[in-house]
Write a protein that binds this ligand. Structure first.
Ligand SMILES: Nc1ncnc2c1ncn2[C@@H]1O[C@H](COP(=O)(O)OP(=O)(O)OP(=O)(O)O)[C@@H](O)[C@H]1O
Ligand SMILES: [Mg+2]
Length: 457
């Protein structure tokens, strides 16, 4: 009898007995891959999947939660402050953490560094490398310095061997780099396929919970930026961290997409250096210092999770020969830029319909909040006018959302944004308050203030 197969969507994990060009579950094209079903367990009653449920089982006894033993487990501090913060205060023993990110963004670097620090603090650790040879990992560890060289490593892609090693070594924290390279022998399908990834993660989760081994899974992301492998992986793990940033730029951000033991609002900022990923604790001061203060530059008081962050928004407006003209957005959403341009044209008196428009957030940071609207609009107006907006050698700081009728709308955490700007001497801040209720008023205030400076000079 030929082996039974099933078609599984590599995006959402939807299963179907026959192939579809478009997944009936999530609607993605060309994502269905064929996988062989596991052989039925001999001696199980019935055939196929039904053998699992038929085992005679004893009923479990429910226990009131207050009687459940929950020893207060101390979290493991990785010694990388920004990583600990994103994790909610360190690694929870026995938890499963998934770190995703584009190729070369620094996943192996940060996990290697964290393990080194943990080893130095007296915890037992293990690095499972399925991607690189021990020699390659050693080269990186030499570059990282510190205690990275004291981390024990196994280069292994066979899941059974990895699990046996975990059972034998019982480390406090183990890194598996990457989950897509491990291979479960019982299943067909190449490493990294849906069934394989699900099986690997499921088995590792069981070991993590039973043996109290905190497992950090490194995962690849697809072209679109989603974590490769089925969605089911994200449901399985306790914590999903996403590493973002552009490879050509040095700044990287780490944010939690899901965290069972902490807030998902935290963001860590890192810089890639020769000696590995260095945390940027005071990112605001860095970005304000680097702000160009020229025409088209405005400092945005953004919120990255629960943390205020000052970032420079830059705009360039240039005459265009193209129809339609170019609209390029780096670090801000294209649709937000389109909205800001429309409001600026309709309610701000700046029609840029025949100009190429470029907007970028300096340092490779992404801001995805409506509070960025006003700063983008001011940067565009300043670029179109060729007037720098700062006063007294300081860049102009702003935040606020634009409504479709040209009004300025309040955004969350105004007090914390203002406090962060004040910390760096950026006052006054243009924001939705009593004196600026519309975009037009805000533009007048910004440009008048700047022109007075130009006159005085
Ligand atoms: N000598 C160096 N100085 C500064 N940066 C370096 C140096 N060597 C490597 N890097 C940086 O480290 C990055 C690779 O980091 P790392 O191997 O941790 O990435 P990764 O996310 O694990 O990648 P992959 O997905 O390929 O495993 C490179 O993209 C490069 O930017
Ligand atoms: Mg790597």
């Amino acid at each position: 009898m030929p082996p039974k197969t099933v078609f599984v969507c590599s995006q959402c994990g939807n299963e179907s007995p026959k192939w579809h060009g478009r997944c009936p579950g999530c609607g993605e094209w060309n994502t269905m891959v064929e996988e062989r079903l596991p052989e039925p367990v001999p001696g199980g009653s019935g055939g196929g999947g039904s053998s699992l449920g038929r085992r005679s089982a004893k009923a479990a006894r429910p226990v009131p939660l207050e009687q459940v033993e929950a020893p207060a487990l101390a979290r493991f501090q990785t010694g990388i402050g920004e990583l600990d913060r994103v994790l909610g205060g360190g690694i929870v023993p026995g938890s499963l953490v998934l770190i995703g990110g584009a190729p070369g963004i620094g996943k192996s670097t940060i996990t290697g560094g964290a393990l080194g620090n943990l080893a130095a603090a007296g915890h037992s650790v293990l690095y499972v490398s399925g991607e690189e040879s021990p020699a390659q990992v050693r080269l990186r560890a030499e570059r990282l310095g510190g205690h990275a060289l004291s981390v024990p490593i196994v280069a292994e892609t066979d899941l059974e061997t990895v699990i046996a090693t975990l059972e034998a070594e019982r480390p406090d924290v183990c890194v598996v780099d990457s989950v897509q390279t491990l291979y479960a022998g019982g299943l067909t399908g190449a490493p990294g396929s849906v069934g394989q990834v699900r099986e690997v993660a499921g088995r590792l989760m069981r070991v993590a919970k039973e043996r109290q081994v905190a497992v950090i899974l490194v995962g690849h992301v697809t072209k679109e930026g989603a974590l490769a492998g089925p969605r089911v992986l994200e449901h399985l793990v306790d914590c999903v961290l996403q590493f973002e940033g552009e490879r050509e730029r040095t700044y990287r951000t780490l944010r939690a997409l899901k965290n069972r033991f902490g807030s998902t609002n935290e963001v860590g900022v890192f810089e890639m250096r020769e000696r590995g990923l260095v945390e940027v604790e005071d990112a605001s001061s860095r970005f304000v210092e680097e702000a160009t203060r020229g025409p088209g530059s405005v400092v945005l008081c953004a919120m990255e999770g629960s943390r205020p962050l000052l970032v420079e928004v830059q705009a360039l407006v240039a005459p265009s020969e193209l129809v339609p003209p170019r609209r390029v957005a780096n670090g801000v959403d294209r649709n937000r830029l389109a909205l800001v341009l429309a409001v600026l044209a309709r309610h701000g008196g700046f029609a840029l319909g025949s100009s190429d428009v470029f907007v970028s957030v300096a340092g490779g940071v992404r801001v995805d909040e409506p509070g960025a609207d006003l700063a983008i609009a001011l940067a565009l107006a300043s670029a179109a006018n060729g007037v720098p907006l700062g006063t007294g050698g300081r860049p102009l700081a702003a935040f606020g959302e634009l409504g479709l009728s040209g009004e300025l709308r309040y955004v969350a955490h105004a007090d914390r944004r203002l406090a962060e700007a004040a910390k760096f001497g950026l006052e006054p801040v243009l924001s939705p308050d009593g004196s600026a209720r519309t975009l037009r008023q805000a533009l007048r205030r910004a440009i008048d203030g700047a022109e007075r400076l130009v006159d005085a000079a």
